[in-house]
Design a protein around this ligand. Structure first.
Ligand SMILES: [Zn+2]
Length: 405
């Protein structure tokens, strides 16, 4: 079973099994439907030493971001953009960002967040391994190094603009297999009064809200406060503040600095709270698996019944999480007529594994569909408002008792 990617111990136990899954953030062109598709087992291991949850099988970073047609863009919805705007304001105020301070973002994607820091006068550098998104960012005047996060990329970044006042990465650390290499590089690139600010999906929210679809091959791991605290302290970074934010169904926003004197003493209490909530108990995951399996069967029964009555069903929101859901539920184009998404990078392509065509929102008109399965529950309220303007007779189904955000 290998080692924990945080504490490097072998104290791992398999606690989640979701079947075989392809990459979740990759979509296929029509002609690629004639080629074989790679599927990997999607299982998660819990580390009993540091409380980290990680995938059992790792798909190489090269395959995930460089070779594949990786199609996530961070400015892909109004709610995402509002989130990045708020992030920039909150971080700038918290660290008292000054013009000409250096900001490095890893996993900077199309550069939407960097642009906000640039507007505040910061010298910005992006690091992203996907050539597709790095090209978009560079074209928009946001200097972006097309590489994985590591000492080479950080050295290139600091050579250009000096050590960083802020290094940030949102929903990125959880994509990285070599966490110790990454954090060590970050530490070397930070000024002594600099801050690392990261957002990662929260293990507590993932488990307590049954967000199994936040697990996919690109998400190598899910952090507890215990495991991120362990990882950062190991490299001489100390958590000053940790916030629970609603993004992606529940994320941790962590501020850490090299100054040990600023370490927030309440972190220890938060870890005790996680233990009291049985977050590190194997039995918790057994109950999690039982509940998501029950939800799956209920949802399938509902969809099959609608289909037998001749209803046309579309899924709404072709995000990575939708692909986990479609593949765990084993849904394909025999049940789901098509899936919609606002991203022009996805429209006209097909979902991996389930091979469902992605269409634009206007396909949701009443002549085309009777039922909308809200796979994009994380922006579900926004999607429902949007669909109601296109189709006022559609019936909505939210999979697996998910709460719409
Ligand atoms: Zn561990």
């Amino acid at each position: 079973m290998g080692k924990c990617i945080v504490c490097e111990k072998t104290t791992l136990e398999r606690v989640i099994t979701l079947g075989f899954h392809p990459l979740a953030d990759t979509f296929l062109k029509k002609e690629q439907l004639l080629s074989p598709q790679k599927m990997y087992p999607l299982n998660c291991l819990l580390c009993k030493n540091c409380g980290h949850l990680q995938n059992e099988i790792f798909v190489s970073g090269e395959e995930r971001y460089v070779e594949s047609n990786y199609s996530y863009t961070s400015s892909n919805s109004p709610s995402a953009m509002a989130h990045w705007d708020e992030f920039c304001e909150t971080v700038s105020n918290f660290i008292n960002l000054k013009p000409n301070d250096t900001v490095i973002e890893f996993g900077s994607n199309d550069g939407y967040l960097l642009k906000q820091f640039q507007k505040k006068g910061a010298k910005v550098t992006g690091i992203d391994p996907s050539p597709v998104v790095a090209k978009i960012a560079n074209k928009n005047g946001l200097y972006t190094i097309c590489d994985f996060l590591g000492s080479k990329a950080i050295n290139t970044a600091t050579k250009k603009n000096g050590k960083a006042k802020v290094i940030c990465g949102n929903n990125v650390l959880n994509h990285i297999e070599n966490l110790n290499v990454a954090i060590s590089a970050i530490k070397a690139g930070l000024k002594s009064d600099g801050y690392l600010v990261v957002e990662v999906p929260s293990l507590r929210d993932t488990i307590q809200k049954y967000l199994f679809d936040m697990i996919f091959h690109e998400h190598v791991s899910t952090f507890s406060i215990k495991s991120i605290d362990f990882l950062l302290r190991k490299h001489g970074l100390y958590i000053v503040k940790v916030e629970n934010i609603p993004y992606h169904g529940g994320s941790l926003r962590v501020f850490a600095t090299p100054n040990a004197k600023l370490y927030n003493k309440s972190i220890k209490k938060l870890i005790v709270d996680e233990e009291k909530a049985k977050l590190f108990a194997v039995d918790t995951y057994k109950k999690f698996m039982e509940k998501i399996t029950r939800d799956k069967n209920n949802c399938l029964a509902q969809l099959y019944s609608l289909k037998q009555r001749g209803k046309k069903i579309a899924a709404v929101g072709a995000g990575a999480r939708s692909n986990t859901l479609l593949n765990f539920y084993k849904l394909d184009a025999t049940v789901i007529d098509f899936i919609t998404d606002a991203s022009k990078h996805k429209i006209g392509k097909f979902t991996l594994g389930s091979n469902i065509e992605v269409r634009a929102d206007n396909a949701l008109a009443s002549k085309n569909i009777d039922v909308a399965l809200i796979t994009g529950w994380n922006i579900g309220k926004y999607l429902i408002q949007k669909i109601k303007k296109i189709n006022d007779t559609v019936e909505f189904i939210v999979p697996g008792g998910k709460k719409l955000l």
